[in-house]
Design a protein. Structure first.
Length: 233
């Protein structure tokens, strides 16, 4: 009975996490500054090598503490903590990452993706583009701003779409400012990355049916990666 109740509570927790929504404050009188939380312990996962590439990827995040030992990857005494910050599956990396560092296989030098305070929630290597063109890109979903102006960078802030080369160079934001990424996909036959985002055009602080949906793409064979608007409606 207790086991069933625990499982039910866990399901409710997962459902509530899925219902979290991003919000935006349009009050220009509110000025916030996001600072690195010195109380958090930063840690790196073991490096990841994606097939057919020459760069190790070092995911960086924070030690996560739990109250229940069954969700802990390491426990000692009354303290339960996870020392894993990411999950790797084929060509994808997910987690709550504060940064990633790149290392060429023939070098000991590590280079950070950015110096900015961000949260990386997913990374995807475009293997179908590599197989067709030889170009090697990583696509990221990133929280890069305190969009609800609560002086925190977390799941309530907008997620945006970024792209870089496999070495982390040329990091570029693709979605419009304050726009929430909805979905993206690659059409290898066109060498295009299509993506859809939504902007809070009615400025009510939420994304709803009355807001503007942005349809855009980039030609991955274009060195400038210019973002192009299109209208499928």
């Amino acid at each position: 009975m207790n086991r069933a109740l625990t499982l039910f509570c866990l399901v409710l927790c997962i459902m509530s996490c899925d219902e979290r929504s991003q919000t935006i404050s349009h009050d220009d009188t509110i000025i916030t500054e996001i600072k690195k939380d010195s109380s958090k312990i930063e840690i790196a996962d073991l490096p990841i090598l994606i097939d057919s590439t020459d760069y190790l990827i070092h995911p960086i995040g924070y030690v996560t503490e739990y109250n229940n030992s069954r969700f802990s990857s390491y426990s000692k005494g009354s303290s339960h903590a996870s020392y894993s910050v990411s999950h790797h599956n084929n060509y994808s990396i997910t987690g709550e990452l504060s940064n990633i560092k790149f290392q060429h296989l023939n070098s000991e030098k590590l280079t950070a993706l950015t110096d900015a305070l961000i949260e990386i929630t997913s990374i995807r290597f475009l293997e179908n583009i590599r197989a067709q063109t030889g170009l090697q890109f990583l696509v990221y979903t990133i929280r890069d701003a305190d969009t609800n102006k609560d002086a925190k960078l977390d799941f309530n802030d907008v997620e945006t779409l970024y792209i870089s080369t496999i070495s982390g160079k040329g990091l570029k934001k693709l979605t419009p400012e304050l726009a929430q990424i909805v979905d993206w996909s690659v059409i290898p036959q066109q060498s295009r990355l299509y993506f859809k985002s939504i902007s809070d055009t009615n400025k009510n602080g939420e994304f709803d049916k009355n807001d503007k949906v942005n349809y855009q793409y980039v030609n991955l064979e274009d060195e400038r990666l210019n973002v192009i608007q299109y209208n499928p409606l």
